[in-house]
Design a protein around this ligand. Structure first.
Ligand code: 5GP
Length: 211
């Protein structure tokens, strides 16, 4: 039975470590496709156009919005971020589980359009750990770190609207747990209606045949 690809939305505070987990997830398992977002923010050292993000100008981003080329977009700490439509639709049609690593406004918009999407919120083990990770990243100014912490405080109020939380204490364990969680999501009756109906019909047929 060919299974349908799921849309997996992963959000989490800046510094929750979700980016690292996503990268490892797609490296270790074959059934995932990681969507590459478009953004107007400047690349950080080591980031590559087309790998971490498509880095574009504000004008280019706005053109893409007008063309209907984004599933969703949001502004986050003074920049635009959005999910290109074509890749997501192609990969889901091919049966892949497509992972979007996006912030909460975008996640909730995606849920409206794709009610079957699975929303997962990645949390750090503690707030002290979150602050330490953000500072140690060393790529952001003190001002940006402050803005990101204040944004985290706002986002914390929305966690209950997600389907699952995932506490990222240690990378390897978190990647495995995330994969297991997604595999479980595939097994709800609602996502296997055709298979269940087949079993039900066959049972009825068999029962009638024996009479
Ligand atoms: P960063 O600048 O740290 O790479 O990302 C900032 C925030 O933007 C993160 O919470 C990240 O999940 C979110 N983000 C990245 N891509 C997208 C996107 O395509 N759409 C939305 N709504 N958020 C995104």
């Amino acid at each position: 039975m060919k299974r349908r690809g799921l849309l997996i939305i992963v959000s989490g505070f800046a510094g929750s470590g979700k980016g690292t987990i996503m990268k490892r997830l797609v490296e270790e398992y074959e059934n995932y496709a990681l969507s590459v977002s478009m953004t107007t923010r400047a690349p950080r050292p080591g980031e590559v156009h087309g790998r971490e993000y498509f880095f574009v100008s504000k004008e280019e981003f706005e053109r893409k919005i007008k063309e209907g080329g984004l599933i969703e977009y949001a502004s986050y700490v003074e920049n635009y971020y959005g999910t290109p439509r074509a890749y997501v639709e192609e990969q889901m049609a091919a049966g892949k589980d497509v992972v979007l690593e996006i912030e909460i406004q975008g996640a909730l918009k995606v849920r409206e359009r794709y009610p079957d999407a699975v929303l997962i919120f990645v949390l750090p083990p503690s707030v002290e750990e979150l602050y330490r990770r953000l500072k140690n990243r060393g790529t952001e100014t003190e001002d940006v770190v402050r803005k990101r912490m204040s944004r985290a405080a706002e986002e914390a109020g929305i966690i209950e609207r997600y389907d699952y939380i995932m506490i990222n204490d240690e990378v390897a364990g978190s990647v495995r747990r995330l994969h297991n969680l997604i595999e479980s999501a595939h097994l709800t009756p609602g996502r296997n209606e055709e298979f269940i109906r087949g079993i039900q019909n066959d049972l009825v047929r068999l029962w009638k045949g024996e009479e």
